[in-house]
Design a binder for this molecule. Structure first.
Ligand code: BG6
Length: 487
């Protein structure tokens, strides 16, 4: 153990995702994905899905035009779709990786765009897409940066969503397996760390799952297919290369009881199951009893085939990856709680904490609490694969970005992670701050909400030179990595 508390080989770095960073959405043989049909939004004006799925589609609009050739579906020609260009990693990857190397990154998390490898999501390969990621991995390895790959982060080929209703169809497993196997085999000597689905507990979104009808039955059936997929991927990955580490990924927002009234404590236990359910299945390889009881009460009937239980049992994950941004509060009586903004939905306000400009509760101690809860419950290595502060940055007269607020945020969260390692004995693999370079917000589609150590000149209307500028936090994070590096 190094004097600063983090273990030797600790994976310092940063995290991104194709749908928010890569751009070039119809270049190089890629076809459209669900995430390409979501307009930009803002703090008080939600993003819109303009793709017409069916009459039940959430957020659909009547104003629609046609996507360019090669893309399936319909878009509104008057709306702006930030994923189409994003912050253009596709054309800037060499420059960006050079900057990550300058900060001293040991690892870098990115996702592979499914429709770049398999344009329709079916068993047809786009060799140019495979070559793109091959070049990215080579570039990372040139600087000794370990790629950490999310196989699927918040998107699905439009064709699959259309023809198969996304994850509600069992056929999607077969199609995804083809995609997963293709990349696991192609990059087997370049990538060691994999994650199946980003934030698998956000299952209500058509963009993430391609499922039109999001009643409980459809949602959980889709989750069942994703669990099978995850387990099959883990098993196959270990056959391809026993050295592979394959993890799962959840959004972890710990919920505290509003008071010490036992009813509030029970409410917090129930709310925490919202994410624990997804971890329980992927770590223990079986559905937990509380969920089976809930299915009985709610009339949810998961359609299983022979052998499903064995697949889940045999494909449990090697580590738990999670995002941590905030905590929340639970109460037996919801009227006792005040609402505030949060990751993908509204949460309850905690009067003891401050909030970000988007209303997310800032809680560094909550990170230590999360690490302890997860480690003590699951006894698996943990990986913080997202953490960060979404804030408005401005370029000052000196041409620089003085983001002290971000430095303060990271200082406190890294200290909390260190305490979990040093004082609580948590086995922590690494720390990958979200949006280490500015990218499009998933929740609001804004550029204004920035997370990066590196500023990208791009605004909410898609205007900007895409120039990269190091923020003050860039130099600060570089020093953190230098000073905590294993001896
Ligand atoms: C996580 C996602 O939910 O939070 C990311 O995995 C997302 O894709 C991040 O960008 C931050 O959320 P937002 O809405 O501020 O972009």
């Amino acid at each position: 153990m190094h004097k600063k508390g983090f273990p030797k080989g600790f994976l310092w770095g940063g995290a991104t995702a194709a749908n928010q960073y890569e751009g070039a959405y119809l270049s190089g043989g890629r076809e459209a994905a669900t995430s390409d049909a979501v307009t930009a939004g803002s703090f008080d004006h939600p993003r819109m899905i303009t793709y017409k799925t069916d009459d039940n589609a959430v957020g659909q609009t009547e104003r629609m035009g046609k996507l360019p050739d090669g893309a399936a579906g319909l878009i509104d020609p008057e709306s702006y779709y930030p994923s189409h260009a994003a912050t253009d990693f596709y054309h800037h990857y060499q420059e960006d990786i050079r900057l990550f190397a300058e900060m001293g990154f040991k690892s870098f998390r990115l996702s592979v765009s499914w429709s770049r490898i398999c344009p329709k999501g079916t068993k047809e390969i786009n060799e140019e897409g495979l070559e793109f990621y091959n070049s990215v991995f080579d570039e990372l390895l040139k600087y000794g940066i370990e790629p950490v790959v999310t196989i699927n982060h918040f998107d699905m080929p439009m064709y699959l969503a259309d023809e198969y209703d996304g994850w509600s169809s069992r056929d999607t497993i077969d199609n995804f397996m083809f995609f997963a196997e293709t990349i696991l085999r192609r990059y087997k000597d370049k990538v060691k760390y994999w994650m199946t689905f980003n934030e698998i507990n956000f299952m209500k979104s058509w963009v993430y799952t391609g499922v039109r009808n999001n009643d409980l039955q459809h949602q959980y059936q889709a989750s069942h297919h994703m669990f099978l997929e995850s387990a099959l991927t883990v098993s196959l990955a270990h056959q391809i290369n026993p050295e592979f580490k394959v993890g799962m990924m959840v959004s972890y927002v710990p919920s505290y009881p509003n008071t010490c009234r036992p009813e509030d404590v029970m409410a917090a236990i129930i709310d925490n199951r919202e994410k624990e359910f997804f971890i329980d299945v992927q770590v223990n390889g079986a559905y937990p009893s509380y969920k089976l009881k809930e299915f009985e009460r709610e009339g949810v009937n998961i359609l299983k085939e022979d052998g499903d239980d064995e697949i889940l049992k045999n494909g449990t994950v090697d580590y738990i990856g999670f995002s941590y941004y905030m905590s929340t509060v639970s109460a037996a009586n919801k009227d006792d709680l005040e609402k505030t903004g949060g990751n993908q939905r509204t949460f309850a306000k905690n009067p003891y904490l401050n909030a970000s400009e988007w209303g997310w509760m800032l809680d560094p101690m909550g990170l230590r609490i999360s690490l302890c809860q997860l480690y003590e419950r699951y006894h698996l290595p943990l990986f913080i694969v997202e953490n960060g502060l979404g804030a408005v940055d401005s370029i000052e007269e000196d041409g620089q970005i003085h983001d002290d607020y971000r430095i303060d945020y990271f200082r406190e969260h890294i200290q909390a992670a260190r305490d979990a390692v040093v004082l609580d004995g948590v086995d922590l693999m690494g720390y990958l701050p979200w949006g280490c370079i500015d990218l499009v917000s998933a929740g609001t589609g804004e550029m204004k909400k920035r997370y990066g150590f590196i500023y990208v000149d791009m605004n909410d209307n898609g205007k900007g030179s895409l120039k990269r500028i190091r923020k003050d936090s860039f130099y600060w994070y570089k020093k953190v990595i230098e000073s905590t590096e294993g001896a």
